[in-house]
Design a protein around this ligand. Sequence first.
Ligand code: 5GP
Ligand code: ZN
Length: 114
Amino acid sequence: MEDCIFCKIIDNQIPSRKVFENDDILAFFDTSQATPGHTLIVPKKHVENIMDYDDELAATVFSYLPQIARGIKKSHPNIQGINIINNNGEIAYQTVFHSHIHVIPRYGTNDSFS
Ligand code: 5GP
Ligand code: ZN
């Protein structure tokens, strides 16, 4: 989709630090790291938010969460927990309108995310 930042990242028109990629999804580091390893998972198909997923796309995209979480933990072994966050709609703090799932590692009660 034209003028979508995440479609441009998927098309390599905008560089990103990729964590995982296949035909269905791309996972890449958020430029604004809430904590080290903060990753976004996006479907390659442009959908605005969760209301636009069909069951198949939802099952596909969300099925990658465990393996990506494990991968981040492997490269950041001191992770103590992980927040999975998915903002849908402006009122819910969505700022990029290509659906994405935040995977935010947690390092302790005083880490940079609260
Ligand atoms: P939202 O608030 O929509 O849930 O999250 C959007 C996220 O996208 C933000 O955390 C923001 O830092 C991230 N973001 C925005 N533009 C870019 C970009 O060009 N590259 C990357 N890697 N992340 C971006
Ligand atoms: Zn898009």
